[in-house]
Design a protein around this ligand. Structure first.
Ligand code: SME
Length: 146
């Protein structure tokens, strides 16, 4: 089912499946780390996603929950986004969020971001599932670089 050869195809399938099958996962997308040679700061750039278009197509590493997850290399779960000053609003309906870094050879190359319309939607089993998906994507990127 997840047999698409290229990493971008694989990532599109991952976001589709998570969005379709997990009823509380109302926005599911990847942000990939873009680094330039010209000394500009790295940015997280929106990749494959499912759900409403977001105003945040490029996020700096010091911004948002997305920036926090990418710069720390750690999963971030926010049960109530209205209480987190880092939160960059994507939709007024979003109540909770999980962001899981994607690693290739030990380095953060991007992240899987999921928003929910429900408070505290992301439990231990969700963390396990989303971290597993992020690991699969990291392996696929290592095998078939974009
Ligand atoms: N809420 C994120 C921004 C991305 S949107 O959720 C799609 C953040 O705070 O970094």
């Amino acid at each position: 089912m997840l047999g698409g050869k290229s990493a971008p195809d694989f990532m599109s399938q991952v976001v589709k499946l998570l969005h379709q099958r997990m009823l509380k996962y109302n926005w599911v997308g990847f942000y990939m780390l873009e680094t330039t040679q010209s000394g500009e700061p790295p940015m997280l750039v929106l990749g494959a996603f499912e759900g409403a278009m977001t105003p945040h197509t490029r996020i700096a590493l010091h911004q948002g929950i997305c920036g926090a997850a990418a710069s720390s290399g750690k999963t971030v779960i926010v049960d109530d986004v209205s209480k987190d000053p880092r939160y960059l609003a994507c939709s007024l309906e979003t109540k909770s969020e999980i962001v899981v870094p994607v690693f290739v050879k030990g380095k953060v190359v991007g992240e899987l971001d999921i928003d929910s319309h429900f408070h505290a939607a992301f439990k231990d089993e969700d963390r396990e599932l989303v971290e597993y998906c992020a690991e699969l994507v990291g392996s696929r990127l290592e095998e078939f670089p974009a």
